[in-house]
Design a protein around this ligand. Sequence first.
Ligand code: ADP
Ligand code: MG
Length: 235
Amino acid sequence: TQELLQNSEKLTLVGQLAAGIAHEIRNPLTALKGFLQLMQKNEQHKQEYYSIMSSELTRIEMIVSELLVLAKPQTRYFQLRDVAPLIRQVVTLLDTEAIMKKVQIVTKFEQSLPMIRCDENQLKQAFINFLKNGIESMPNGGEMIIEVRKSADEVEICFIDQGCGIPAEMISRLGEPFFTTKESGTGLGMMVSNKIIQNHQGTIQFISKYGEGTTVIVALPACYQPEEPDQELRN
Ligand code: ADP
Ligand code: MG
């Protein structure tokens, strides 16, 4: 019965996700079709139509590329890594966006941090999602702190923003497919990040005060045996 129950729950989730994807992709597709027809009839506004169509296509592209993370093959390579350089690379990737939004990214690394085992690209994707949400929560700019510290047998990565915050009743909806409060959000970032951190046997905690800011704490198992060879994990 337990197994059956789990299977039927899985089906519901897959069904939910499929319905969500279909809906989210159908909207921009409908728009694209409409503008194609308009262009056929009306030569004058071609330029305008092109730019709307292009942004609709970008939207489909964004949704598909976020979903691809979930569809990655089952075999993942976990390697020993220092968290600090991973964070530095992620910060470099989002530097321009932060500057444009008047957000200053500050990193704080505790001394002699233990290493972690990770799929580097997946983990970076999750960090990018947390950092991006932090930046996007501060429309008038501010400070975005990324603090990395050790605690017991874990490495904690804290993303601390001074943004709009998340109302208490919304916290449980984070990670729900397509849940977004942004005009051009996909509502997929947290779902994908949940999955990635779960793959790493880690946990995510959201602490937020509406109107004051949000702290996201990602805890990952520390790895104290650097002599162990890289491992290939299957599940
Ligand atoms: P998206 O960013 O495309 O909206 P996400 O899954 O990344 O999708 O986030 C879902 C929602 O969670 C966001 O729309 C926002 O309302 C809320 N959220 C997530 N992180 C933060 C944050 N740091 N500050 C404020 N709101 C946040
Ligand atoms: Mg996001």
